[in-house]
Ligand binder design. Structure first.
Ligand code: F6R
Ligand code: MG
Ligand code: MG
Length: 387
C-alpha cells in the first residue's frame, strides 16, 4: 500500500447539524431572524470556548449549523448546543407565525444526543492537514440516499474522478459504509473490488444510504446525515433533507471532481409532500429556496478551508455559470416529470407512500371494494337515485 504523506496536525471535529424549525410563506425559505437567533447561541458558545468556529446558513426551509470544535463526534455538549440554537430559532419562528414552526424538534426536551430527535447530523473528526479543504453539501426536499449516486461517482467512478486512475494516493480505492436505514445495520464494501455489490445496494436509495466513505488507509473522506424523519415519527413530517461533508484534494478527490458528480441532475425522491421523484438541481445559496411544486429538490455546496479549527470561507460553489446547463437540464426534467401529475413514477410507489397522508385517503375507499366476477355491472348514478 502506498503511504500517504500527511503531517499529523491537531484533531478537529466538524459538525453539520440541520433542522426545519419553520419557514416563510410555506415550506419555502428560512427567515433571517431565525438564523440570527441561532447565530447568537453559537456566538456565545464560541466566546465560551465550546466551539472553535461556526457558520450559520440555510437551504430551503432548513436551518444549517456548521460548527468546528474539539469534542469529537456525537458529543452531548455540541448536540445540546445545536438543540438550544434550534429552540431559540423556533421561538422566533413561532413569534413571527412562520409555517411549521418547530417542525423538526420532535421532543420537548434534549436527552443527551440529538440523533433521533428530529434534526439531521453529519460529523467527522479529522486530523487537520496543513491545508484542509472541505465541502459541505446541503439538500432540501429530498432524502439522504440522494447523495448515493454522487458519492459513487466521486469515490468509485473513474469517468468522474480522474484521480482514481492518475493519483497513486487514490488508486487503492475507498471503503463505502452502507447503512440499511430500515434495519439499522451497516456493511463495508470496497471500491473498486465490490463495485457491483455497492451498486446492488445503493441503487435503492430510499433504503440503503452511503453513510461514510473512508480511504483505504482508514482516513475519513465523507460522511452523510442518515436520519429518516418518517421512520422516527412514524408519520409523514417531511423528507430528511440531508447534509454531507466531503474532504478534498491531496489524496482525496479534487474539488472539481467532487463538484463534477453534481453536473448531472439525477432523479431523487422528495419534492412536493415528499412524495415525488424529481431532478436534484445544484444552486447557489441565493437560489436555495423552494418554489415550483415546492422544489425542485435543490442542493447547495459551501467550500471551506479548516485552519486550526477555524472555518475559512465559504465559497458558494454552485453559484457559478459552469452549472447553468445542469440547472437548465434540471428544469427540462422537472417539466417532463410534472406532466405525469399524480402518476408513478413521478409520484412515488406504494412502499414510499406508506408514511405519507395517502393511506388515510385510501382507507376511505376500503369498504367500497367488492368481489369481481365476469358479467359485473357497475352501479350507475341512475341506480343510486332509485335506491
Ligand atoms: C416536502 C415539504 C412540502 C410539504 C407540502 C405540504 O418535504 O415540506 O412539500 O409537504 O408543502 O405541507 P403541509 O402538509 O404542511 O401543508
Ligand atoms: Mg418545512
Ligand atoms: Mg426541508
Amino acid at each position: 500500500m502506498i503511504l500517504l504523506s500527511e503531517k499529523a496536525g491537531e484533531k478537529v471535529t466538524i459538525s453539520v447539524i440541520k433542522a426545519d424549525i419553520g419557514s416563510l410563506a410555506g415550506h419555502h425559505k428560512v427567515h433571517p431572524d431565525t438564523m440570527l437567533a441561532a447565530t447568537k447561541v453559537l456566538a456565545d458558545a464560541k466566546k465560551n470556548g465550546l466551539l472553535i468556529d461556526y457558520y450559520v446558513t440555510a437551504v430551503g426551509d432548513d436551518l444549517q449549523l456548521i460548527m468546528t470544535h474539539k469534542k469529537g463526534v456525537n458529543n452531548k455538549d455540541i448536540h445540546g448546543l445545536a438543540w438550544n440554537a434550534f429552540e431559540e430559532a423556533s421561538k422566533v419562528s413561532k413569534d413571527l407565525g412562520l409555517y411549521a414552526a418547530g417542525q423538526d424538534l420532535l421532543s420537548d426536551s434534549f436527552s443527551g444526543n440529538i440523533r433521533g430527535l428530529g434534526p439531521g447530523v453529519a460529523e467527522m473528526e479529522i486530523t487537520e492537514r496543513p491545508s484542509e479543504p472541505i465541502v459541505v453539501f446541503m439538500a432540501d426536499k429530498t432524502e439522504p440516499g440522494a447523495f448515493n449516486m454522487p458519492l459513487y461517482k466521486i469515490f468509485a467512478d473513474p469517468f468522474n474522478t480522474a484521480g482514481l486512475v492518475i493519483d497513486p494516493r487514490m488508486h487503492d480505492g475507498f471503503v463505502f459504509t452502507v447503512l440499511d436505514i430500515y434495519e439499522g445495520k451497516v456493511i463495508d464494501l470496497y471500491a473498486p473490488k465490490d463495485i457491483y455489490d455497492i451498486l446492488a445496494l445503493i441503487g435503492t436509495p430510499s433504503r440503503y444510504v452511503v453513510k461514510y466513505v473512508h480511504r483505504i488507509d482508514g482516513k475519513i473522506a465523507s460522511t452523510v446525515s442518515s436520519e429518516r424523519l418518517n421512520l422516527i415519527a412514524g408519520k409523514y413530517i417531511g423528507k430528511d433533507d440531508p447534509v454531507m461533508i466531503v474532504r478534498a484534494q491531496s489524496g482525496y478527490p479534487a474539488l472539481g471532481e467532487i463538484l463534477e458528480a453534481f453536473s448531472f441532475p439525477h432523479l431523487v425522491e422528495g419534492w412536493m409532500r415528499g412524495s415525488h421523484t424529481g431532478p436534484l438541481m445544484p444552486v447557489g445559496i441565493k437560489d436555495a429556496k423552494m418554489t415550483r411544486f415546492d422544489g425542485p429538490p435543490r442542493v447547495a455546496a459551501l467550500g471551506f478551508n479548516i485552519k486550526n479549527g477555524n472555518l475559512v470561507g465559504p465559497s458558494d460553489l454552485f453559484d457559478d455559470v459552469a452549472f447553468d446547463e445542469t440547472r437548465r437540464t434540471a428544469q427540462i426534467i422537472a417539466e417532463y416529470m410534472r406532466r405525469h401529475g399524480p402518476f408513478m413514477p413521478h409520484r412515488l410507489g406504494p412502499e414510499d407512500m406508506e408514511y405519507t397522508t395517502l393511506p388515510d385517503v385510501l382507507k376511505r375507499l376500503e369498504n367500497r371494494f367488492k368481489p369481481f366476477e365476469m358479467g359485473y355491472k357497475p352501479i350507475t348514478r341512475h341506480d343510486l337515485e332509485k335506491m
